[in-house]
Design a protein around this ligand. Structure first.
Ligand code: TYM
Length: 338
């Protein structure tokens, strides 16, 4: 449980390592906006230091960071209500990341499935940063004493590690300084799957563009990708149990429910019995109506990158009012002479 002395504070981050997908939007950004609008203190971050754990072309990294900021703002995050930052402008993330590299154990890191997936057979030749990544992620969260972290399902193990790091630090130094953060993994679309293969996560790194919907896709492209999405020959069921062995059908229903702010039960009550020939055009229409205003606004914001840079610079100033004292106190607890 989160210790009671910590006031609720939300932190989450997304890598600027390529375009945003519908998975990022439904699994993360949509929840970011809801938590902001519920009046919680919210901090959202473009994690550029995480992105460079694999090679990033410098011009692309800068562009992707600004485009991600534009995606945040176009989706409803506002600098008036949330602190919006890119990680490298708030140096305390990396500084606490080092401390946590000294707290986390090799054995904990070796269990991280995301590292195993990303490194694959190439484990000797990936960067040290990729291996240490989850310690920096724990620092992103705990440098704010954040209590709640909205993410998609794939980040669950990293958040468990964050709790382990906080617990070990508190225990080793005999303090109750870092909160035990709660993951917030909620909604119908915490794991959006590929449109081509219902057993694989929708991802910006999938070589097939048809496997994902990008937030910058135009209406025709979105409709075409949904029309071509892999399905099975049966009609949609009326009950959730009927989706059990039908990963592609379940994925499209989950996407529909999340876009329409419904539960899966409510969606099936509406569309149960329909063939995909009827359901897919409905889903395409819904997706276009929700995503087109966002991509239009992103394009408008991207026309003024200097304004985005000002927002991020201001966010960094606000963030450092929180992070500098937390780092100073961490060093003091550890015995670093100040
Ligand atoms: P990243 O950049 O891979 O993804 C950003 C967010 O989008 C969610 N997501 C999905 N949700 C549902 N279905 C999908 N197919 C899908 N694909 C991505 C992710 O779960 C995530 O919430 N390690 C993080 C970034 C990070 C972070 C943090 C997050 C760094 N520091 C601190 C939270 C707190 C990552 O690589 O996310």
């Amino acid at each position: 449980m989160t210790s009671p002395q910590f006031t609720p504070r939300v932190f989450s981050g997304i890598q600027p390592s390529g375009g945003l997908t519908l998975g990022n939007y439904l699994g993360a950004i949509k929840r970011f906006v809801q938590m902001q609008d519920e009046g919680m203190e919210t901090i959202y971050c473009m994690v550029d230091l995480h992105a460079v754990t694999v090679w990033q072309n410098p011009a692309d990294l800068a562009r992707n960071t600004r485009e991600l900021a534009a995606g945040f703002i176009a989706s409803g995050l506002t600098p008036e209500k949330s602190i919006l930052i890119n990680q490298s402008q708030v140096p305390e993330h990396a500084q606490l990341g080092w401390v946590f590299s000294c707290v986390a154990r090799m054995g904990w890191m070796q269990r991280m499935t995301q590292f195993k997936d990303k490194a694959g057979k190439n484990a000797q030749n990936v960067s040290l940063g990729l291996f240490g990544y989850p310690a920096l992620m724990a620092a992103d969260i705990l440098i704010y004493h954040a209590t709640h972290v909205p993410v998609g399902e794939d980040q669950k193990q990293h958040l468990e590690l964050t709790r382990d790091i906080a617990t070990k630090f508190n225990h080793d130094y005999g303090v109750d300084f870092f909160p035990i953060t709660e993951p917030v993994i909620e909604g119908a679309a915490t794991r959006v799957m590929s449109l081509r293969d219902g057993s694989k996560k929708m991802s910006k790194s999938d070589p097939s563009d048809a496997s994902r919907i990008n937030m910058t896709d135009d209406a025709d492209t979105i409709a075409k990708k949904i029309r071509k999405a892999k399905t099975d020959p049966d009609a949609l069921p009326s009950e959730v149990e009927g989706l059990a062995d039908r990963p592609e059908a379940r994925n499209l229903v989950n996407i529909y429910a999340a876009l329409n702010e419904q539960t899966v039960e409510q969606t099936l009550a509406e569309v149960g019995g329909q063939q995909f020939g009827t359901f897919k055009p409905l889903l395409a229409e819904l997706a276009v109506s929700r995503l087109s205003p966002i991509s239009g606004e992103m394009a408008r914001l991207m026309a003024d990158p200097a304004e985005i840079d000002r927002i991020l610079a201001r966010g960094a100033e606000q963030a450092r009012e929180i992070t500098a004292p937390v780092l100073a106190r961490t060093y003091e607890i550890m015995g670093m002479v100040r």
